[in-house]
Design a protein around this ligand. Structure first.
Ligand code: KG4
Ligand code: ZN
Length: 343
């Protein structure tokens, strides 16, 4: 590429997607390539850690080669290497981490271990317009991270500083979607299918519980909703004729709770900006409600496009690039951490 921009090579292998990208510190994504593992885990109804690690091992290096050659990027155009080091499946994280460290040693580049959730939050600021475009907020904002593994609400006074306001006490929002899809026999991962059926359904057809709405904190709980759905489906028996109404009503219960806590946080912190990221931010109803909330109050909202909502390397690249630009780097001794709070 004919530009003076230096790119960060990003690697994300924390769960079941092998993803690589070239990103600069403005959030410009030159290119991203992802090898999806959905097909290999499908028959098991969930991600099998051992298989995920092996798949990363097979896919990662060829994917990096392709990314560099397709974009005609040489190592002289690479500022550093960013890789997800936490949290995630250990066997999956190790593949990315060892590859990043090895490339850093060979090519004498700094490498930076990135917290997966910081990546999700910053995915809101990615752009594909130009290396000079920069839409990263300098003002404080609220971030809702909703994925298959996380449901967290953060106050972000500035990029790099994260205060947890609340989180799920049991299932993640994505899990609530996936488990419901499984009960309906829709397969895995089912969130996107529930979303699709819901688009043609009546959101008021069935009543589902909204947990922890009256409590004075920002935590979430979705296990009650799941058990309620289980009982409801038993009652109904043949679900096929009411699949759309069921999906719409169930989805609305999840979206209501997420939006309620998000709005409450914005009002109590007196903030006017928010981002929603993570796989569940792909949900069309959540997107619609977020846009409504923002326009009603003249607030600003950013929700990344679909390919940057689910796990992806570009978001890890931006988080890493911002730190590498400040002169930060991780030691070669950095290891994977399966669980760690973002701070
Ligand atoms: O961020 P992500 O790719 O992986 C994790 O870090 O968990 O999120 C995946 C989750 C899955 O639970 C999936 O069902 C959910 O995001 N998801 C959706 C939609 N698309 C993906 N949930 C609801 N509606 C969607 N359209
Ligand atoms: Zn994720």
């Amino acid at each position: 590429m004919d530009t003076n921009t230096l790119f960060t090579l990003a690697i994300e292998t924390s769960c079941d997607d092998t993803s690589v990208a070239l990103v600069n510190e403005n959030g410009f994504v030159l290119s991203q390539m992802t090898a999806n593992q959905d097909l290999v885990h499908k028959d098991f109804g969930g991600v099998v850690p051992e298989i995920a690690g092996r798949q990363h091992y097979e896919s990662l290096v060829p994917l990096i080669d392709q990314l560099m050659s397709k974009n005609q990027i040489t190592w002289s155009a690479v500022r550093g290497i960013a890789v997800t080091s936490r949290p995630g499946l250990v066997g999956s994280l190790i593949v990315g981490l060892v590859t990043a460290k090895t490339l850093a040693l060979i090519h004498k580049k700094p490498f930076m271990g990135v917290h997966h959730i910081e990546g999700h939050i910053l995915s809101a600021f990615l752009n594909e317009q130009s290396p000079e475009t920069n839409q990263i907020w300098q003002e404080p904002f609220v971030a809702l991270v909703v994925s298959g593994g996380h449901t967290q609400l953060y106050h972000v006074p500035q990029i790099g500083q994260y205060e947890t306001l609340g989180q799920t006490q049991d299932d993640a929002a994505g899990e609530a979607f996936d488990k419901f899809a499984k009960m309906l026999g829709l397969g895995y991962p089912g969130g996107v299918l529930v979303d699709r059926y819901a688009q043609k359904g009546n959101r008021k057809a069935y009543e589902f519980p909204r947990s922890l709405m009256k409590e004075d904190h920002y935590n979430f709980s979705f296990s009650g909703l799941k058990s309620h759905a289980q009982r409801k489906l038993l009652e109904i028996g043949e679900v096929a004729p009411v699949l759309e109404d069921l999906s719409a009503s169930y989805q609305e219960a999840i979206v209501d709770v997420l939006m309620y806590k998000l709005e409450k946080a914005l009002r109590s912190l007196k903030l006017k900006k928010f981002v929603i990221t993570g796989g569940v931010s792909a949900n069309s109803r959540l997107r619609e409600r977020a846009q409504e909330l923002a326009s009603k109050n003249q607030w600003q909202v950013l929700i990344p496009p679909l390919k940057f909502c689910t796990d992806n390397a570009a978001m890890i690249g931006l988080a890493g690039a911002l730190r590498i630009k400040k002169g930060e780097f991780s030691p070669q001794t950095l290891g994977p951490v399966p669980r760690e709070e973002l701070r």
